[in-house]
Design a protein around this ligand. Structure first.
Ligand SMILES: NC(=O)c1ccc[n+]([C@@H]2O[C@H](COP(=O)([O-])OP(=O)(O)OC[C@H]3O[C@@H](n4cnc5c(N)ncnc54)[C@H](O)[C@@H]3O)[C@@H](O)[C@H]2O)c1
Length: 322
């Protein structure tokens, strides 16, 4: 009997089928554009494999999980898995995997782009010139002469760190786990916030990182420092960030992610000049996208081949799976 695969990501049937080409016969079920939680509930019911939503729109909450009778793997087609209740999935013995690291080079590139942009006011000068300006009074900073603090030295954070050591920057970091990248120095979060000229956030969003960068944390940062968030919006208290930027208590911010996405039309962030904004495109490159399908396909096939899947984020192994 062919395995049933339900795909909540915006892949067409041929793409999903292609993941198993020459290896396994599958029945593929797609769902309409979000929101359509009832269709999700129905589609996962008999599925053996579920590909979660790379756009982070269709949520896999307890109600959806309760409805999964046969699921052997929820494979997120992204790195962030905060729209999946992975703890509840563990209770049901359903392993949840992500596509760890597939886009680390792309997010690291965007992070460096945002840092340089803010240090040299590049987007601001571009906007000003297009409006007829010719302001040569602006001065900036050399990245290689600054201290950069990385919060979360995982796949993206370590890739950013390696790029920064090439610039000659002093790189300090904090992580919940012991981590090492040559030329970088571990410190506690407090020291990182106080010493850094640039603070980059690269942790997952979870119970212990929500609002990790709140008003109190921002108050510890240098008034000239810039904050980069290419991880998840709710890790930073957006109202506290806006207040600090407005009042000159922070030099600037580079944001690819927001508390509410899409960023509301009336968000005060849109009118601040010392902010660089992008619409959650950190991982969007042709190279990362084609690697994503390889990573997702390999893990789904591992299950059908009776092997242990990789990149499990909720601790469920084949032994503990239901
Ligand atoms: N903007 C985008 O398009 C985009 C793309 C990919 C990933 N992301 C986000 O970036 C995050 C990081 O991606 P990654 O691939 O580096 O993930 P990762 O899991 O490889 O690394 C995360 C690191 O954060 C550390 N960490 C966890 N909690 C922490 C805490 N409280 N304090 C300090 N460190 C902590 C972990 O130990 C780990 O080393 C993802 O979870 C995802 O939400 C965003």
């Amino acid at each position: 009997m062919p395995a049933r695969v339900t795909c909540l990501s915006p892949f067409d049937e041929a793409t999903v089928r292609g993941l198993f080409k020459g290896r396994h016969e599958v029945d593929v079920q797609l769902v309409p554009e979000p929101p359509c939680q009832d269709a999700v509930l129905k589609a996962v019911h008999e599925a053996h494999l579920v590909i979660a939503d790379k756009r982070h729109k269709h949520r896999i909450d307890r109600r959806v999980l309760e409805n999964m009778r046969n699921c052997q793997l929820i494979q997120q087609a992204a790195v962030g898995f905060d729209t999946i209740d992975h703890r509840a999935a563990a209770e049901y013995g359903i392993p949840v995997a992500n596509a760890a690291g597939y886009n680390k080079e792309s997010v690291a590139d965007l992070t460096i782009l945002m840092i340089l942009n803010l240090l040299r006011h590049a987007a601001f000068l571009d906007r000003d010139l297009r409006k007829g300006g010719w302001d040569r009074t602006h001065s900036g900073h050399q990245l290689g002469d600054l201290t950069v603090g990385i919060v979360g030295l995982g796949n993206v954070g370590a890739t950013v760190a390696r790029r920064l050591t090439g610039f000659g920057s002093r790189v300090i970091f904090t992580d919940a786990l012991p981590r090492e990248v040559p030329g970088t120095q571990p410190v506690d979060l407090d020291t990182l916030l106080r010493q850094s000229d640039v603070v980059c956030i690269h942790t997952p969003l979870d119970v212990d990182t929500e609002r990790l960068i709140d008003a109190e944390a921002i108050a510890k940062m240098k008034p000239t420092a810039v904050l980069i968030n290419a991880a998840r919006g709710p890790i930073v208290d957006e109202a506290a960030l806006v207040a600090a930027l407005r009042e000159g208590r922070l030099g600037g911010a580079g944001l690819d992610v927001f508390e509410t996405e899409p960023l509301p039309a009336d968000s005060p962030l849109r009118s601040l000049e010392n902010v660089f904004l992008s619409p959650h495109v950190g991982g969007n490159t042709f190279e990362a996208e084609s690697f994503l399908l390889e990573v997702v396909g390999a893990n789904l096939n591992r299950i059908l081949d009776g092997e242990e899947p990789v990149n499990i984020v909720n601790g469920v192994t084949r032994v503990t799976a239901r």
